[in-house]
Design a protein around this ligand. Structure first.
Ligand code: 6R9
Length: 641
């Protein structure tokens, strides 16, 4: 097919040819239990599992390897001590390029994980407790996750860019009594007052935190509450802390993510299946070779950081680079400086970063060597072919394969991607299903579409890395993912399959928007807006944005007597940042005297999306609107704004 970009010939996959992929994929569908029990051999187990999958989508109950016991901290750290104790496990590159970077061998990582585990125990954490990690992207964030896994506590990492309000919601939802945080974060020289945010969150009603563990990172002045707050360095010790034997289905972590309705959901992942999925996908998809340096630019606050900064690479004994900074500080060449400085071989980043760097011109890239790069990855949102080509030709000089990995917080790890050096690529297409993944395209009525088709993407059989539930609300899990198309997991994404069987993700088909690779429920932004005392009603939609992929477009109606001024617009922007965090800052706010509703009062978002997109030719049927004349006023308002 003409749209193929052939894999660069010199870089054959070391473990898997296209033919082997076909065979393994077929095996994984023909006998999933046998296939996954084989793959489970990638991990050390206290008790090796003899059962593969035991799952049902109706009723929804998902288990993998249920008779096995293991510990993922052991698999990520301890098991490497004999064979590669002196090899680098983590390279830390700080925000400020003038500050020294740090390299931790597996032996040193072990020591720091033990210290963190002792600190957690000292502040009262026990097996099964939820521990909220609200940290910069630094080594201690990683060791906090691993220390939780070690002692059998459940980590809930909350991205350091979230507001006190958002943090409080995530603390109460899982009744977390412990927080690990730092005095401050810095991103591109901008300080983020993490500890002060924690203090503010703890004032909120319903928050029930006993102890806060504080890492001294920038040395900023902070207040410590006697009896509640503990400096890490004051309570850490080197006492031996053994790895708790965890049943495969014991929870490993909760990670909050946005859906189309209501507040964020605590997606729950368990130990054995998630571990096998993260280890296996990392092995095949990144084709890691011993001695290489691998860099995933995500933050540990997102699932990509969980699976592909921490668990996947470390379980494979890789060297994983942890970057605290941002792509544009001190200038737009920072990524390539880091690549050269640490001789990075594998780079995994997001389309939003690629587009932002592309816009600044090639000289930031070509002025750096990048000779070490061997493989490039993309994740988080659809990558437009133009950005793909730039990544491929300019960054990778047409010698590095690109993997465009489609997956979700709920899937635990990559689900659709080409294998580097094994498959030809198509710019804009994620590619082929991973082992064990059965994608299906369905139409709006649930009819299954065969062959070349476009529809809603479902997965029809469970895989080990699948989320098990929504923490504390299994019914919500069932409703959200298994009720639209009974008997199938519905991803929320639209997708096309071409005549070569390649999958092209077209984006969310629900009320989730993807802003710079961050998932956001439009309902979350709406709830934040209506909390403002001048706002009567709000409707939020996504619209195409050059850099962010999607921008946040807000339609706002005001209470009687209020006027939509520029000052109020700025105030509402600030208000949303305060309520959720900077990632939710509205790009455009349009004041309107009404929202387009049907006579039964349902907001017709289709119309709002079209107006936000500046696309008036295809507004569709507006006759069912209670006030059809409103559409003209919305369009006029869009043009004025
Ligand atoms: C890993 C992660 C999940 C949503 C997902 C989809 C979008 C992620 C993508 C992609 C097209 C890719 N998405 N990777 N779309 N191509 N390679 O991002 O998880 O934060 O839960 O977001 O992101 O829309 O449904 P999460």
């Amino acid at each position: 097919m003409s749209d193929f970009v052939q894999r660069p010939g010199a870089l054959e996959h070391t473990h898997c040819t296209a033919e082997q992929y076909r065979r393994l994929y077929q095996n994984s569908l023909a006998d999933p239990d046998r296939f996954w029990l084989d793959q489970a051999g990638r991990l050390d187990w206290f008790v090796a599992p003899r059962t593969g999958g035991n799952w049902s989508y109706d009723p929804v109950e998902i288990k993998w390897f249920e008779d096995g016991t293991t510990n993922l901290c052991h698999n990520a750290v301890d098991r490497h001590l004999n064979a590669r104790g002196d090899q680098p496990a983590i390279i830390f590159e700080p925000d400020d390029p003038a500050s020294p970077s740090r390299t931790l061998s597996y032996a040193q990582l072990f020591v720091e994980v033990i210290q963190m585990a002792n600190a957690l125990k000292a502040i009262g954490v026990r097996r099964g407790d939820r521990v909220t990690i609200y940290m910069p992207n630094i080594v201690e964030g990683v060791t906090a996750m691993l220390a939780c896994a070690r002692i059998g506590a459940i980590h809930s990492v909350v991205f350091g860019g979230f507001s006190p309000e958002a943090l409080a919601g995530r603390l109460t939802d899982c009744d977390s009594r412990f927080i690990v945080t730092a005095d401050q974060a810095v991103r591109g020289t901008k300080p983020v007052p993490l500890k002060a945010n924690v203090d503010a969150a703890l004032e909120r009603e319903g928050v029930n935190v006993e102890s806060v563990l504080v890492i001294r990172h920038t040395g900023a002045d902070i207040t410590m509450a006697e009896g509640r707050d503990h400096w890490f360095h004051a309570v850490a010790s080197d006492d031996d802390v053994p790895c708790e034997p965890m049943a495969a289905e014991d929870p490993l972590f909760i990670l909050y993510t946005s859906g189309s309705t209501g507040k964020p959901k605590g997606v729950l992942h368990t130990t054995g299946g998630y571990g096998v999925w993260a280890a296996t996908t990392f092995h095949y998809i990144f084709d890691y070779r011993q001695g290489e340096t691998y860099w995933c630019t995500a933050d540990i606050g997102w699932v990509t950081g969980h699976s592909y900064i921490v668990y996947g690479p470390l379980m494979n004994g890789a060297t994983s680079l942890v970057f605290e900074g941002v792509p544009n500080h001190p200038d737009f060449g920072r990524f390539w400086d880091v690549v050269d400085k640490h001789q990075v071989n594998i780079l995994y980043t997001a389309p939003t970063a690629i587009r932002a760097l592309m816009r600044e011109g090639d000289q930031f890239v070509t002025s750096r060597s990048r000779a070490s790069l061997r493989l490039l990855g993309s994740v988080g949102e659809p990558i437009n072919p133009e950005a793909w080509r730039w990544y491929y030709e300019v960054v990778g000089e047409s010698r590095c394969p690109i993997i465009d990995t489609w997956w979700q917080t709920e899937t635990g790890g990559c689900m659709i991607t080409t294998l580097p050096g094994a498959h030809d690529m198509k710019p804009g297409s994620a590619g082929l299903p991973m082992f064990g993944v059965r994608p299906e395209l369905v139409d709006a009525e649930g009819g299954v579409l065969e062959g070349e088709a476009e529809g809603n993407l479902c997965i029809t059989a469970s895989w080990p890395g699948q989320a098990r539930s929504v923490y504390g609300d299994h019914e919500r899990f069932v409703q959200t993912y298994f009720s639209t198309y009974p008997g199938k997991y519905f991803t929320g994404d639209g997708c096309r399959r071409d005549s070569d069987g390649y999958y092209w993700i077209t984006g969310r088909v629900d009320d989730v928007i993807n802003v710079s690779g961050h998932r956001m429920g439009t309902a979350e932004v709406e709830s934040a807006l209506v909390l403002h005392d001048k706002v009567a009603e709000a409707a939020v939609v996504g619209y195409p944005h050059d850099i962010k992929g999607q921008g946040i477009y807000c339609y706002v109606t005001l209470n009687a007597g209020e006027d939509g001024s520029e000052a109020l617009e700025a105030e509402l922007r600030q208000h949303v940042r305060r309520e959720i965090g900077p990632i939710a800052t509205p790009d455009r706010i349009q004041f309107t005297d009404g929202l387009p509703k049907t006579r039964s009062g349902k907001i017709m978002r289709r119309i709002l999306r079209k107006v936000a997109e500046d696309d008036y030719g295809s507004l569709g049927d507006t006759s069912t609107l209670a006030d059809p004349s409103l559409v003209e006023r919305l369009i006029a308002g869009r043009r004025d704004s």
